[in-house]
Design a protein around this ligand. Structure first.
Ligand SMILES: Cc1cc2nc3c(=O)[nH]c(=O)nc-3n(C[C@H](O)[C@H](O)[C@H](O)COP(=O)(O)O)c2cc1C
Length: 184
């Protein structure tokens, strides 16, 4: 069982795990839960693929369809949450993020790196979440204009490590990731 006595070591460990989301397709960090506040007041959680993570700039990147419901939520409220549970190392990671939305021509370099068969995720007709009569009453129509890059600027990171005695800590960008221990 891992034990941390220094906040910095705990945060370093968490970033190693987060980074595996990009490098290792089998890591649960590849599929974080992304949470937005819905316009009706209910939170909305869904799985997304982590496309990039960058500790130096405190960023995590996702891709989505501009017509998806999350885009409307983010336009109303760009504060979002990210949740990752890593069962092998008994670590829960929670983040508060501010989401920057990139659409249009600025996304062309990103789009060029999306494999052709993955582009179907951006541009279905009708739009994602539209009511349809039958399960296959939609078409894939990949369209760069329907492609959005979500740059999540991390504001806080909260960690919970399960063990004989749990360890919990919170780190904030505003204190330069200094961190503080929390009672679990
Ligand atoms: C394993 C997995 C990976 C997914 N990856 C993405 C993704 O990278 N981008 C995306 O927009 N939706 C992805 N989805 C679909 C979303 O979970 C969600 O259903 C979709 O984006 C519509 O969400 P919304 O209506 O809340 O906007 C993924 C779903 C699963 C199960």
């Amino acid at each position: 069982m891992k034990v941390f006595h220094k906040l910095d070591d705990f945060l370093d460990f968490a970033w190693v795990q987060i980074s595996r989301g990009k490098a290792d397709k089998k890591s649960p960090a590849r599929h974080p839960t992304f949470i937005t506040s819905n316009t009706d007041g209910f939170p909305n959680a869904r799985t997304l693929v982590m496309r990039q993570c960058d500790r130096e700039n405190n960023q995590i990147e996702f891709h989505t369809d501009t017509d998806s419901c999350k885009m409307l939520s983010l336009k109303e409220n760009p504060h979002a949450g990210i949740h990752i549970w890593l069962p092998k190392v008994n670590l829960q990671i929670q983040m508060d993020v501010d989401v920057e939305i990139k659409t249009g021509e600025i996304t062309i370099p990103y789009w060029n790196n999306v494999p052709t068969n993955s582009r179907t995720a951006y541009g279905s007709i009708p739009s994602p979440g539209t009511v349809i009569k039958n399960p296959f009453d939609y078409e894939y129509a990949p369209d760069q204009k329907r492609f959005a890059v979500l740059i999540c600027h991390i504001q806080t990171i909260q960690l919970l490590l399960l063990g004989d005695k749990h360890i919990r800590a919170k780190f904030k960008k505003e204190t330069n990731w200094q961190g503080e221990w929390l009672s679990p």
